[in-house]
Design a protein around this ligand. Structure first.
Ligand SMILES: Nc1ncnc2c1ncn2[C@@H]1O[C@H](COP(=O)(O)OP(=O)(O)OP(=O)(O)O)[C@@H](O)[C@H]1O
Length: 785
């Protein structure tokens, strides 16, 4: 809706006024912060002058500690005030150039006047601290802006619903305190503004979207009812964005009881972690904890095995060979990621209460301290009601005692005497000091030589037994690897724990599992089950401090892994975001079957929100990509226009490379700063990189790349998950590379990374994922002879 000149002038006058007030407040705060900083530094320096330190009499000691406590309290208060002022100052700095982005006029039922509510990324009060000149976008009243249209409207507050009438909804773009764009709008947050925002080029970090949050995204952000919130959304529908604004919202809404370090985000890889890490600080909030599931597995079992990571597994599976070994591995992966396997392991642990446990004997220099049989006798000698975890703990205490008894006897052995002779002067001095301490100042006597030698022997034995004790304390005597391995060597046992039957392909994948274990390796598909079994035996390690877990790209998790996470964070609520069409791994996905995710906390505690509008890519790119997946017609492209994707076909690789190089140069000239050449695998990236790197400046992205940076990159499709580029050049979209159904989602994921330009190159024949769709969704350039 057009705004008349007077309106524009009035609004600019208000911007000027608010900015003036912000700047004034900033000047005051800057002084305060400077002074407080001086106070803290001064206090720290003078700390000891201000307190009376006297330890000579008991009364003085009391007085001294009170004085110390008071001083440190004063210091803490000053520091806290300093921190608060710094945070406010940061917020004001962010507001000063662009104080707000929206306005609503709302007349509450029963109130005489209409309120003019201006929304920004933080709130700001006038000098009297009474009137809100700017409301925080997360305040209850702000939801009107995102959800309502002019007319009767209401919003929820902690004390109930407020009804009224929205008389106006206005949007602004303010830069350097000058209004650039101003218009009134209807239901949705103006398409015009979205057009502007979305036509910008990519950035090396994700941006906040608070000015243009859409209604359905707002329902994700403000949902605080369910234990589990599942967000299923198309590629580019704003799942990650909504999740991050949701964290900011929750931190605001529950600011008295929720801190950023009580929330954790599970990301698909570490590059993604860096990509999203600026959104919350931009919104004035501290970052939540960020990790990957892989990093967690590494930490828990990376020392026990040569642990395969999910990307290496992916490389193996994509280097597809039509052989039995490959098929068996896929069958194994599917089974091992299922909830059925989880139940089988539970049954197995029940059986272990009566038989089948495996132990490593406790030995020292070839001598048995406790044999395997003795350990089994002890383990199965406990009352049957004692749980596995408790038994292992009791075993640990018993074994430590046995090691001590053994050590005492060992002191008289000849090797100990030899070691005593070899002791360094320092060590001997240690033994001597220990002896004097025992004697409590008595005069040395003739027997002391005897005692000194005994203590030296004790020291030697203790030092030598230290690693063994540590090993016992870490419960390494429970041979979890053997217990896990046994499942795959005993088919009767396996059938028994698996509903009386062997899963399909068991013989083959069991052999593979055993062979890898014997080489000290653990496949990615075995990692979580192994850890689960380990925890069943040794007790679960759970994190009670975390109150909220956000799982991005949740389709990449198996039901097994999600169950595991639920146990890992027993007190947490979960937000799970994903897209069925981007489930690129071979394992079962939590999105595979009939919403197994909803079983996790029970349907009554779960809610699902679907996002169908796609914002990242132009209309033409979305129209093309949705043509390659089932149900694609439900994805609604945002109406930002661009060129149709170009598909170029060649006879040979050399001509294809020549054109790719020309294409990249052209894209650079057009000002696109983020361009990706996306390959299927890392090995394909490697080959292409060598062919292209002389002619274009190219950076190779691998699973170890920590941060997303500007320029032209070459990247395997599975690592491009979650991020976006101005232009995507899809390297080798030929039918030879992409034709198996299992590759469809990977191909889709790669293509949906493009914001403005999508160019695909192929040799001989184009993938059926493209040729099966209407030819008018793309432009074909056939360069074959
Ligand atoms: N309401 C919005 N206003 C402005 N930009 C938006 C909005 N929603 C999404 N976007 C933009 O769309 C792009 C895609 O968003 P995001 O990465 O959050 O989507 P996603 O659903 O997680 O995507 P994918 O599953 O494909 O990784 C981002 O550039 C984001 O800034």
């Amino acid at each position: 809706m057009a705004i008349d000149d007077q309106d524009w002038k009035d609004e600019q006058a208000r911007v000027d006024d608010v900015t003036r007030q912000i700047n004034r407040k900033m000047a005051v705060l800057e002084q305060e912060v400077g002074a407080a900083r001086g106070d803290v530094v001064g206090m720290r320096k003078d700390f000891w002058d201000e307190v009376t330190v006297n330890f000579s009499e008991p009364d003085d000691v009391g007085e001294t500690s009170t004085s110390l406590r008071q001083q440190s309290q004063v210091l803490t208060e000053i520091e806290l005030a300093h921190k608060r002022s710094s945070v406010t100052l940061d917020k004001l700095r962010r507001l000063s150039g662009s104080p707000y982005f929206g306005r609503i006029d709302f007349k509450e039922v029963g109130e005489p006047a209409t309120d003019h509510i201006y929304l920004g990324i933080g709130s700001f009060l006038d000098d009297d601290e009474e009137t809100f000149l700017i409301y925080d976008w997360r305040a209850p009243v702000s939801s009107l802006y995102y959800d309502g249209a002019p007319g009767p409207a209401s919003y929820r507050t902690p004390v109930g619903n407020i009804e009224g009438n929205m008389e106006l909804k206005r949007q602004f773009v303010i830069r350097d305190a000058k209004i650039d764009v101003l218009f009134d709008t209807g239901v949705t947050i103006g398409d015009e503004l979205l057009q502007q925002v979305l036509s910008h080029t990519a950035d090396n970090q994700m941006k906040n979207i608070v000015a243009t949050i859409q209604k359905e995204q707002n329902s994700v952000i403000r949902n605080d009812r369910s234990r589990l919130l599942v967000v299923q959304g198309a590629a580019g529908s704003g799942k990650t964005s909504a999740a991050l604004q949701r964290v900011a919202y929750l931190l605001y809404r529950y600011r008295d009881s929720l801190r950023a370090d009580q929330m954790v985000l599970f990301s698909p890889n570490s590059m993604f972690n860096s990509y999203v890490s600026t959104v919350l600080p931009e919104l004035g909030e501290e970052n939540m904890l960020q990790t990957t599931f892989q990093a967690y597995l590494e930490r828990r079992i990376g020392r026990e095995f040569d642990l395969e990571d999910v990307f290496s597994q992916m490389e193996y599976l994509l280097a597809w060979k039509d052989d039995l070994e490959h098929d068996a591995r896929v069958q194994g992966i599917r089974y091992k990621s299922s909830a059925t396997y989880l139940k089988a392991i539970r049954r197995y642990t029940e059986l272990l209460l009566t038989e089948g446990m495996a132990f490593r004997p406790i030995r020292f220099q070839g001598k048995d301290i406790v044999t395997r049989e003795q350990m089994l006798d002890k383990f199965y000698g406990f009352d049957s009601a004692v749980k596995l975890g408790n038994r292992i703990e009791l075993m640990r205490d018993w074994l430590l005692k046995e090691v001590s008894l053994f050590g005492r006897k060992e002191r008289k052995e000849a090797w100990v005497e030899e070691q005593v002779q070899l002791m360094s002067t320092d060590d001997y001095h240690r033994a001597y000091t220990m002896m004097r301490r025992k004697q409590k100042g008595k005069m040395p006597s003739f027997d002391d030589f005897q005692l000194e030698a005994e203590l030296a022997a004790r020291m030697v034995v203790n030092d030598w037994l230290k690693p063994l004790r540590k090993w016992v304390k870490r419960l390494r005597f429970a041979d979890i690897k053997a217990v896990y391995r046994k499942m795959f060597t005993d088919e009767v046992l396996f059938a028994k724990i698996n509903n009386g039957q062997l899963p399909e392909g068991w013989e083959d994948f069991a052999k593979q599992t055993v062979s890898r274990l014997d080489q000290g390796e653990l496949g990615y598909e075995d990692a979580t089950p192994y850890l689960y079994l380990k925890e069943q035996l040794q007790g679960f390690r759970s994190n009670h401090a975390i109150k909220h877990v956000i799982v991005d790209e949740v389709q990449d998790y198996s039901p097994f892994q999600l169950e595991f996470m639920k146990r890992l964070f027993p007190r947490a609520r979960m937000t799970a975001l994903g897209d069925l069409n981007q489930a690129i791994y071979s394992h079962n996905s939590v999105f595979d079957e009939e919403d197994p995710l909803l079983e996790l906390y029970g349907k009554e505690n779960s809610e699902i929100i679907r996002l169908t509008r796609s914002y990242r890519s132009t209309y033409e790119i979305v129209d093309f990509t949705r043509g390659m997946i089932k149900g694609g017609e439900h994805i609604i492209p945002f109406n930002r226009r661009g060129d149709k994707p170009q598909v170029s076909l060649y006879d040979d690789r050399e001509s294809m490379h020549t054109d790719i190089i020309r294409d990249i140069h052209g894209l650079q000239q057009q000002g696109y700063q983020y361009t990706a050449i996306i390959c299927k695998t890392e090995s394909e990236c490697e080959e292409a990189y060598h062919m292209l790197k002389e002619q274009i400046t190219l950076r190779k992205i691998t699973k170890n790349t920590p941060a997303f940076e500007k320029g032209t990159v070459i990247i395997p499709a599975y690592l491009a998950k979650g991020v976006e580029f101005d232009a995507v050049v899809l390297y080798d979209a030929s039918s030879q590379q992409y034709h198996r159904e299992a590759e469809r989602k990977l191909f889709y994921t790669a293509c949906t990374r493009a914001m403005h330009v999508l160019h695909l190159y192929a040799i001989d024949e184009v993938t059926p994922f493209i040729t099966d769709m209407d030819a008018d969704r793309y432009v074909l350039n056939d360069h074959r002879g």
